[in-house]
Design a protein around this ligand. Structure first.
Ligand code: AP5
Ligand code: MG
Length: 218
């Protein structure tokens, strides 16, 4: 089973490219951000805690994230592989994931780093809208990523919403947190010979072409 990590700053296109990869190769999409947003909807202690913390733009406790990930991994089988979108986000999570793979006798296939700068990423979140049901991401200001019917999910037919952390203030913290805690993983995976870099500042289709050429070689 292939295991591919998408490593990138916020709004680089992890969710967008994950959807395309899953459609083309039948992979399962695992976004820890989506898992946390789902847990955040629950009217319990964890849900309330997450509502506050996700709004801050900082990372959520490693133990909480790991538990959600392990639960999700237990549900997937008979698949050609899965995409990890937004996990790991620090060295501790990466080490934990190595151990998990070892315990299952599996190997990490590749880490695809999507590079994009702060200004472009910020521009992309301004128009971002997503489906609260399936998590599919659109952009009402970027033509190639607009839904067929304005404000409605192509697949679920329900109204698209804006994420509560998509404001400039929280975005700044998310980006700083990325530089401080997640960016060191580029060197970490480069040293393991697993890192592939993709220029994510070009169009969605052009980014996907670069990713396809990596995945086809795995
Ligand atoms: P998460 O949900 O993962 O958010 P993020 O990392 O900030 O990334 P985004 O989802 O904002 O962006 P994306 O890269 O998926 O881009 P997208 O495809 O949407 O995490 C949210 C929070 O959860 C974190 O802040 C943290 O608190 C917590 N969390 C999550 N995982 C965690 C973990 N492992 N540990 C601890 N805490 C964790 O694209 C963005 C927009 O641009 C869209 O509108 C899209 O249509 C458009 N677009 C995409 N690509 C292109 C392109 N090539 N050209 C033009 N437009 C494009
Ligand atoms: Mg995302």
């Amino acid at each position: 089973m292939k295991s591919i990590i998408l490593l990138a700053p916020p709004a680089a296109g992890k969710g967008t490219q994950s959807d395309l990869l899953c459609k083309k190769y039948g992979f399962v999409h695992i976004s820890t951000g989506d898992l946390l947003r789902e847990a955040m909807q629950k009217d319990d202690e964890m849900g309330h805690m997450l509502q506050e913390q996700m709004q801050s733009g900082k990372l959520i406790d490693d133990g909480v994230v790991f538990q959600l990930l392990e639960n999700k991994l237990k549900t997937i089988q008979d698949t050609s592989g899965y995409i990890l979108d937004g996990f790991p986000r620090n060295v501790n999570q990466a080490e934990g994931y190595n151990q998990l793979l070892q315990s299952k006798n599996q190997e990490l296939s590749a880490v695809i780093y999507l590079s994009v700068d702060y200004d472009l990423a910020l521009k992309r979140i301004v128009g971002r809208i997503s489906c609260p049901k399936c998590g599919h991401v659109y952009n009402d200001m970027i033509e190639e990523n607009q839904p067929s019917v304005k404000g409605i999910c192509n697949d679920c037919g329900i109204e698209l919403t804006k994420r509560s952390d998509d404001n400039e203030e929280t975005f700044k913290v998310r980006f700083e947190t990325y530089i401080d805690q997640t960016e060191p993983l580029i060197t970490y995976y480069k040293e393991k010979g697993l890192l592939y870099e993709v220029d994510s500042s070009v169009s969605t289709a052009e980014v996907f072409k670069q990713i396809e050429s990596i995945v086809e070689r795995l």
